[in-house]
Design a protein around this ligand. Structure first.
Ligand SMILES: [Zn+2]
Length: 420
């Protein structure tokens, strides 16, 4: 018979502690995601190391969500998995455009991982809407490689707007200024505080304030406003963000992901919100990459929270267009990886536990019940075959007052994953 304490030691040995394999530093890996509809490639663009590691120190080998890309770090010596994370990228979205049928393009993408003590192998994989791998890059990282950039930067001015816990325990969100001039520093801090207040007023963030830090980093420049290509206006803003991404007027993104992360060197951060100082309506949020939204518009509060739902929570859009019946992004015979929409292909791991037994599936919007949890048709841009949990949600409209139960469950699981 094996003594119980021996079993406990064996169990402990199977989940290595953070300190066994990592030092308290961040390794930042920059990639170029390249190609077109017919063939994709991933290239290693560079590596940098920065002060502290602000990410999780537990559940290191689990993915927070599936996303559209996954990074796996393994020990070069033993092959053991040491760390995993996931993300989405603008490249994935662009592959769905007409332009991607005719011209190959390159998109910057940055992943932050804890700095390994010994040589590791890294595998980066992108997946398609069918959740199948399309391209993989494997490369090794020797932590003693003299070409890992160790430049020490002078910290930009910054201010903690909300401090729930120490960076090693809390989820660290950095807020950057885009299109704010140097004399608009206080305006930026005020706008950043508005963003924080809006996010933390929504459940489940409201119930988890101690699990978040928000730090505003004053990346001000000589100019204000951002670029509006449809008006012929181009502005030399901090991160070169612009509307009309993929020729969609309201889609505001930045192609300069490396510059965004450069602006945060020395700052403990895991998630990024970029506030664009412009009255034009627009924004975008990319899971584990960044939120970018406009701070001078009346809908700033709901939009920044909606986009954070994408970039932090990996939530799908729940709005749809009545005449849209199909998108390449959401094939109807595949269960989407996002936790707030379903095709009913594999619903059991979504919000089924929140639905009362006698609720019809699909559910129709009743005139008497304003927000019952069910399975309502329409979501993820299409009117038919994709479903959401309630008629309205922060991920559907700017007039919604809260995240729906499916979104709240998904966000709570993710907050727990990062902090418990
Ligand atoms: Zn929702």
């Amino acid at each position: 018979m094996i003594p119980i304490f021996a079993l406990l030691i064996a169990a402990a040995a199977s989940t290595p502690a953070f300190d066994d394999n990592f030092v308290d530093r961040t390794l930042r890996i920059d990639y170029q995601l390249c190609g077109d509809k017919s063939a994709q490639h991933i290239f290693l663009a560079g590596m940098k190391t920065d002060s502290v590691w602000a990410g999780r120190r537990h559940r290191l080998t689990e993915l927070p969500l599936e996303g559209r890309g996954q990074l796996t770090m393994t020990s070069a010596e033993t092959g053991d998995t040491l760390y995993r994370t996931s993300f989405c990228s603008l490249f994935n979205e662009w592959l769905d455009t007409d332009e991607a049928a005719s011209v190959p393009r390159a998109f910057e993408h940055t992943v932050l991982v804890p700095m390994p003590k010994e040589t590791v192998n890294i595998t980066l994989t992108l997946t398609d809407p069918y959740r199948k791998p399309t391209v993989t890059l494997s490369h090794s990282v020797n932590p003693n490689d003299i070409l890992i950039d160790r430049t020490t930067y002078v910290l930009p001015p910054y201010r903690y707007l909300h401090q729930g816990n120490t960076p090693d325990k809390a989820i660290d969100v950095a807020i950057l200024a885009e299109g704010y001039s140097h004399d608009q520093l206080e305006l930026f801090y005020a706008d950043a505080l508005t963003a924080v207040e809006s996010i933390l007023s929504h459940r489940p963030f409201a119930d988890n304030k101690d699990n978040f830090n928000f730090i505003a980093v004053a990346s001000t420049t000589d100019t204000n406003d951002v670029s509006r290509p449809k008006d012929g206006q181009w502005t030399d803003s901090a991160f070169g963000s612009h509307f009309s991404t993929f020729y969609s007027d309201r889609y505001l993104t930045t192609p300069h992901v490396f510059a965004v992360n450069d602006a945060l060197r020395g700052i403990p951060y895991e998630h990024i919100i970029i506030l664009a100082n412009t009255p034009e309506y627009g924004g975008g949020g990319i899971y584990n990459s960044y939120t970018l939204t406009t701070s001078r518009h009346d809908a700033f509060r709901p939009v920044v929270t909606h986009e954070f739902g994408h970039s932090f929570g990996g939530l799908a859009d729940e709005y749809f267009h009545d005449n849209e019946v199909y998108t390449n992004e959401y094939p109807l015979d595949v269960e989407p990886w996002e936790r707030n929409v379903t095709t009913l292909a594999d619903f059991k791991d979504k919000w089924e536990s929140l639905i009362e037994a006698d609720t019809p599936i699909p559910t129709t919007i009743s005139e008497t019940d304003t927000n019952p949890t069910g399975v309502y048709e329409g979501g993820a841009y299409v009117a038919k075959g994709v479903y959401r949990s309630t008629p309205d949600c922060r991920m559907k409209t700017n007039t919604a007052t809260h995240f729906c139960p499916a979104c709240q469950l998904a966000l709570t699981r993710l907050i727990d994953f990062y902090t418990r």
